[in-house]
Design a protein around this ligand. Structure first.
Ligand SMILES: Nc1ncnc2c1ncn2[C@@H]1O[C@H](COP(=O)(O)OP(=O)(O)O)[C@@H](O)[C@H]1O
Ligand SMILES: [Mg+2]
Length: 358
């Protein structure tokens, strides 16, 4: 297993920016995810790690070794592509063995390794089956087996679940996580699906427009987003803009509208956020932190009219119109009556859940 370091890595395609200034250190054995919308540079970054693209600037290291200009077959990485790239006319065992034959490994050793890896991905009895006779989920496992059979130092996965239906995606993501933990292999995982990233990763790198927006553990990027993009891309949130009225004794007062002032804690601010009287800033408020208030006394109470109510059993999602803005909230059912469209509601936003994103 090996750590992976990217130092100021940039890649351009002609005049088009692929990715710029990527700086990361991935620990040995870590499950690390590149997350962002389509076109943000995830695949480009992964391909540079695999050696399919060479960076215009920067260095790439595996452990102490500089691999920046090494070709793919000298890097000992295993890669699973979005479309699997299997040989459809060959059997499962032949597909898995392919990389070992290319490496000219003795036949008996190939057989041993292929059998072992088929067990690991639970395809023991499928060795002689042609790949084009398998389901999507099984093909995905062949692709995974083929990447793992070479015993790579680093496993690279590019949107490996995107061709599977929802139920199979959930199962397969648990399967990948199980394998990764069992093997302890350094894994870099690419996805545009924030739920997938949150549930699988030790750390996540959020990207947009070829640039790194934030690197952190799932709970950090969810609760302490560095900017508006991260706050809105990860989970659901309410973004409200305002002007800072005052900053006193660790409390910021932010005017949202002539009627509404919200207070929050200075400590709950992105380091990039300017908190001084007169500055414009934006707050992120997660729907599940908003509560219904019994009366209008106290701070951070917003009065509004229900525009949309969706009861899901365990909870109700409300969209409340508060005049110049609306608020999305999610309330646990606990036997409470569901309010209907048109009813008035008082919402309380606890000040410890107001997060300043700049
Ligand atoms: N081979 C290429 N030639 C030209 N532009 C490319 C090439 N590969 C990627 N790009 C561009 O680089 C940017 C990042 O692409 P990519 O890494 O594939 O994004 P993602 O995997 O996040 O969807 C996009 O603007 C894309 O059009
Ligand atoms: Mg991609």
């Amino acid at each position: 297993m090996s750590s992976v370091t990217l130092e100021h890595v940039s890649k351009r395609f002609g005049n088009a920016k692929g990715v710029a200034e990527v700086d990361i250190h991935i620990e040995s054995g870590e499950f690390f995810t590149f997350l962002g919308p389509s076109g943000c540079g995830k695949t480009t970054t992964l391909r540079m790690i695999a050696g399919f693209y060479f960076p215009n600037e920067g260095r790439i290291r595996f452990g102490g070794q500089d691999v920046t200009s090494l070709p793919p077959h000298k890097r000992n990485t295993g890669m699973v592509f979005q479309n699997y790239a299997l040989f459809p006319h060959m059997t499962v065992a032949e597909n898995i063995a392919f990389g070992l034959q290319v490496r000219k490994m003795p036949k008996h050793e190939i057989k041993e390794r292929v059998t072992k890896i088929q067990q690991l991905v639970r395809l023991d009895s499928y060795g002689d089956r042609r790949v084009d006779q398998l389901s999507g989920g099984q093909q995905q496992r062949v692709a995974l087996a083929r990447a793992l059979v070479i015993e790579p130092q680093i496993l690279l996965l590019d949107e490996p679940l995107s061709n599977l239906d929802a139920k199979l995606r959930d199962e397969t993501r648990q399967e990948i996580k199980r394998l990764q933990m069992e093997l302890g292999i350094t894994t870099i995982y690419v996805t545009h699906d924030q739920a997938e990233a949150m549930s699988m990763s030790d750390r996540i790198m959020v990207m947009q427009g070829g640039e790194v927006q934030q690197i952190g553990a799932p709970h950090e990027i969810y609760h302490q987003p560095l900017n508006r993009f991260v706050a809105s891309f990860i989970g659901e949130t309410n973004l409200l803009e305002g002007v800072v009225e005052s900053v006193e004794r660790g409390i910021v007062r932010l005017r949202i509208t002539p009627e509404v002032v919200l207070s929050g804690l200075v400590q709950n601010a992105s380091p990039r956020c300017k908190l001084a009287a007169g500055e414009k800033t934006t707050v992120s408020i997660r729907p599940e932190t908003i509560q219904e208030a019994a009366d209008s006394a106290g701070e951070n109470i917003v009065k509004g009219t229900i525009q949309f109510a969706e009861f899901t059993g365990s909870s109700t999602q409300y969209v409340t119109n508060a005049g110049a803005f609306s608020l999305r909230s999610m309330m646990i059912s606990q036997g409470k009556r569901v309010k209907q469209r048109g009813e008035e509601i008082l919402l309380h936003i606890p000040h410890e859940h107001v997060y300043f994103v700049g």
